[in-house]
Design a protein around this ligand. Structure first.
Ligand code: UDP
Ligand code: MG
Length: 330
């Protein structure tokens, strides 16, 4: 047996194949958490000695010391590198950039604040490598520590999107998901500008194992998602994965046309049979305001889809890279 075959035989015996695992970390003003994060990743690397790792940090236009710390971390550790955006393009853009950059057989996106526990990685890897799943996702089963209003709106969002969209989104699903190469390539083949990862991950299909965990609070720093940002993100999901709001607008239109025919017939008959004409402008004004409201609502819904189409057809890049590890020496 030559050396290569011997090695292959050894790994077959131990049911382990050496793989390259890419860890993608979007970072926006995370200077406080980067060092604890790197320490946690080092523990995972030690727990999986037969695999190799590449850690890709994506600095999403941070205004604190994130980039400076990333330069230092990457100078010290050969398996880490970074991309730095010219401005804040959002987490979706950062995840996309990381996935494009990833060379691994497997890739996982992980938040820098340790809310996506790196310690789950061996279990996720086991599911994909040995249990025959194409990817392994993580799901928060509690939202302890999160503001009540935020949890309530999140719950409503999941109920709503799963009712009106063909793409079913698992409640509490995180972006932290270990994906095999075919899944990564499938996601990268979706080129849309308005990205909603939770939906895209489901839309591509493949067999997913869900690993559940209790919510963990940030190690330091603050959430970067304001209520308004989250609201816009959920609208992105609803508009991107369902045309039901448009159907609702048409249905409302149809309903009121039928109602107005009934009302006209009633008024004409009342005049012919009992000689009673309609009086009072208050009711008239109320009806006018009501219908103007419905019309504006429907125009607004159509406008939202038009706006999304507008940003899609412009075909602007998802992000602009200002600096990366390879040119940090300049
Ligand atoms: N993030 C990003 N760009 C943004 C907002 C957030 O890259 O515009 C990153 C952030 O640095 C973190 C991850 O996305 O690593 C999740 O953000 P955060 O922890 O603020 O969200 P939460 O966990 O509160 O939903
Ligand atoms: Mg977080």
């Amino acid at each position: 047996m030559d050396v290569l075959t011997e090695l292959q035989y050894f790994f077959m015996l131990h049911n382990t194949i050496m793989s390259l695992i890419s860890i993608i970390v979007p970072c926006y003003n995370e200077d406080e958490v980067l060092l604890p994060f790197v320490q946690e990743i080092a523990k995972v690397e030690r727990a999986l000695p037969s695999d190799s790792f590449e850690v890709i940090f994506v600095d999403d236009g941070s205004t604190d010391h994130t980039l400076k710390i990333l330069r230092e971390i990457c100078a010290e550790r050969s398996e880490t590198r970074y991309l730095s955006f010219s401005r804040n393009f959002g987490k979706e853009a950062a995840m996309l950039a990381g996935l494009k950059e990833a060379q691994g057989d497997y890739a996982a996106v992980m938040d820098a604040d340790l809310q996506d526990p790196p310690s789950l990685l061996p279990e996720l890897l086991h599911a994909v490598r040995e249990e025959g799943y194409d990817c392994a996702g993580t799901r928060r089963v509690t939202r302890k520590g999160e503001p009540v209003v935020r949890s309530l709106f999140a719950k409503m969002f999941y109920i709503c999107i799963n009712k009106i969209s063909d793409t079913q989104i698992v409640d509490g699903a995180r972006d932290y998901k270990l994906m095999g190469r075919p899944v990564i390539d499938a996601i990268l083949s979706l080129n849309e500008y308005n990205r909603f990862s939770k939906g895209l991950n489901e839309w591509v299909g493949f067999r997913t194992k869900w690993v559940e965990f209790q919510n963990v609070e940030r190690v330091a720093g603050e959430t970067k998602w304001s209520f308004w940002k989250l609201f816009k993100y959920s609208a992105e999901g609803l508009l991107g994965f369902s045309t039901a709001p448009l159907s609702l607008a048409s249905l409302l239109g149809l309903l009121f046309v039928v109602l107005s025919f009934i009302a006209i017939a009633f008024l004409v008959l009342r005049q012919l049979l009992w000689h009673q004409s309609v009086s009072g402008w208050t009711s008239m004004v109320c009806i006018l305001i009501f219908f103007s409201g419905i019309q504006l609502l429907c125009t607004g819904i159509i406008g939202q889809y038009l706006a999304k189409t507008y940003t899609e057809v412009k075909r602007r890049p998802h992000y602009i890279i200002k600096e990366s590890k390879s040119d940090s020496s300049r």
